[in-house]
Design a protein around this ligand. Sequence first.
Ligand code: MN
Length: 255
Amino acid sequence: MRILLTNDDGIHAPGLLALKNELSRTAEVDVVAPMAEQSAVGHSITLHRPLRVIEIERDGELVGYGVNGAPADCVKLALAELLDERPDVVVSGINLGANVGVNVLYSGTVAAAIEGAMFGIPSLAVSIEIEDRPQFDPAARIVGKLIRKMPLAELGDHVILNVNVPAIPPSRIKGVKVTRQSVRAPEEAFDRRTDPRGRYYYWITADFDGLAEEEGTDVNALRDGYVSITPLHFDMTRHTLLQKLGNWDLGGGLA
Ligand code: MN
């Protein structure tokens, strides 16, 4: 199996290195990842400056290619230019910080996986809940087991699996739950401060903790101590409304 590994925390992030070590035991792993942290850049790509690629080594060994772009740039460039062979799977992570609920929409980690799915490759986004001392190695072992276990080819086109690991000791993880994405909006909050010239500026401080949640969601699974797996689809069409809107006769009288 060949795996393209990327992330949004940057090529030096411990979560990526843990996953590279684990996945390399049973697969050929190519790393193409951003040179610098790109968290919350979503599915942005780089249009107005050139993309540079640098081979990154650690302890005398090649880690992979660092790119001065966004996660989606990395996957595009890897598939079109950098890799000799097409990967069987794209894996993005392990991100430091859960990507659940509406966070999924801002996530560079998830965007990189979506980019893989756009090219018809089974893709996973992997994140771990934030805590003081994140345990990337046990989380990487869980992901390695899942990848070896899952018949990924059966997922079909345009699907990614969004995997989130709870921030509890691995021995206390209760199992795996297949979940839907929570769509509850966080309570928006900003910290307003004053600069030396008396003008206001703002830090976003939205907090996802303490939200009432619903059964069956990714947020709930993490809170209950389960690994959450959500199948995501990047076709944003609301298919159930196609017929209704079609019946609205919107074309009449426009000309
Ligand atoms: Mn990140």
